[in-house]
Ligand binder design. Structure first.
Ligand SMILES: Nc1ncnc2c1ncn2[C@@H]1O[C@H](COP(=O)(O)OP(=O)(O)OP(=O)(O)O)[C@@H](O)[C@H]1O
Ligand SMILES: [Mg+2]
Length: 269
């Protein structure tokens, strides 16, 4: 899938040689009006792994995620420089279609945002946009997405009920099912577990591990235990700069940069 990519050397901020890169940013910068929110981010996101994106509030984590699937296009004063590559696709190239990019790079937000439709139609939504109309194929893909999101057993008998009737944790798994139904390459998750109770959070983390067997996950979390528990790689962002990227165990036990250490030990942020 990323054949053109694999021969490239890892980018400078990286301390690890990544076998396969699903998504790469090159000198990615972002401004809101005159204020710069991201500066020269070089990040290689490893394929079929969980990469945690950590850093203090306001450091640019959500902004970075939004650059990766061009959600910033919706913000009039946002301006992006540099490159984002997803497999062989250049996200900001003139001939790149935003809806194609967003199919490849799905997003899950902190607050689950199911559409005011049935459970079935939420998951069918993206599939219908892809032109899949045959009932049987739709139903098969919906079932498999709901199973992959660990929700099928709870909703299989009530697919026509409104998605808004589901619990928060169920809604979060439903939007994951909606996102993975279209088989994205990368799934961006912006604090997806912050509204869940401890038991639901642990189940959710198990789900992330299962998803990482097929998908590339980039996970923003404020929970350092969670980052240490679930991620394979971690990236520490501070004031719009990528300070450190590396293997999660190494970054948490032996950070190379003082700022990273101060942050993960709770001295600031
Ligand atoms: N739509 C916007 N317009 C203008 N400035 C913005 C916009 N969104 C974010 N910013 C600014 O960009 C900077 C980074 O914000 P961002 O939301 O990316 O941080 P974050 O790391 O996700 O923080 P948190 O952990 O609190 O969610 C902040 O200074 C914020 O005020
Ligand atoms: Mg944020």
């Amino acid at each position: 899938m990323n054949a053109a990519f694999q021969s490239l050397p890892p980018s400078a901020a990286s301390s690890v040689v990544v076998e396969e890169t699903a998504l790469r940013t090159e000198a990615l910068s972002l401004w809101y009006g005159k204020r710069q929110a991201l500066s020269d981010i070089d990040l290689d996101v490893p394929a079929r792994r969980i990469t945690a994106l950590i850093g203090p509030s306001g450091c640019g984590k959500s902004s970075l995620l939004r650059c990766l699937n061009r959600l910033n296009d919706e913000i009039a004063e946002a301006r992006v420089a540099g490159r984002v590559r997803v497999g062989e696709i250049d996200a900001y190239a003139k001939d790149t279609l935003v809806h194609d990019l967003r199919r490849r790079v799905g997003m899950v937000f902190q607050k689950p945002n199911p559409f005011p439709l049935s459970i079935h139609d939420n998951v069918a939504y993206g599939l219908r946009l892809l032109g899949i109309k045959r009932r049987r194929e739709l139903d098969e893909r919906i079932e498999s997405a709901l199973k992959a999101a660990a929700l099928w057993d709870e909703v299989s008998s009530r697919l026509d009920d409104s998605a808004l009737e589901l619990s928060l944790g169920q809604q979060q798994r439903l939007v994951i099912a909606r996102a993975i139904a279209v088989e994205p390459e990368v799934l961006l998750l912006d604090e997806p577990a912050s509204a869940l109770d401890p038991a639901a959070t642990l189940r959710f983390e198990e789900l992330l591990h299962e998803l990482a067997q097929r998908y590339t996950l980039l996970l923003v979390t404020h929970n350092m235990q969670q980052a240490a528990r679930v991620s394979h790689y971690a990236a520490f962002l501070h004031e719009g700069r990528l300070v450190e990227f590396g293997d999660t165990d190494a970054l948490f036990t032996n950070p190379r940069v003082r700022q990273t250490e101060d942050f993960i030990t709770g001295r600031y942020g």
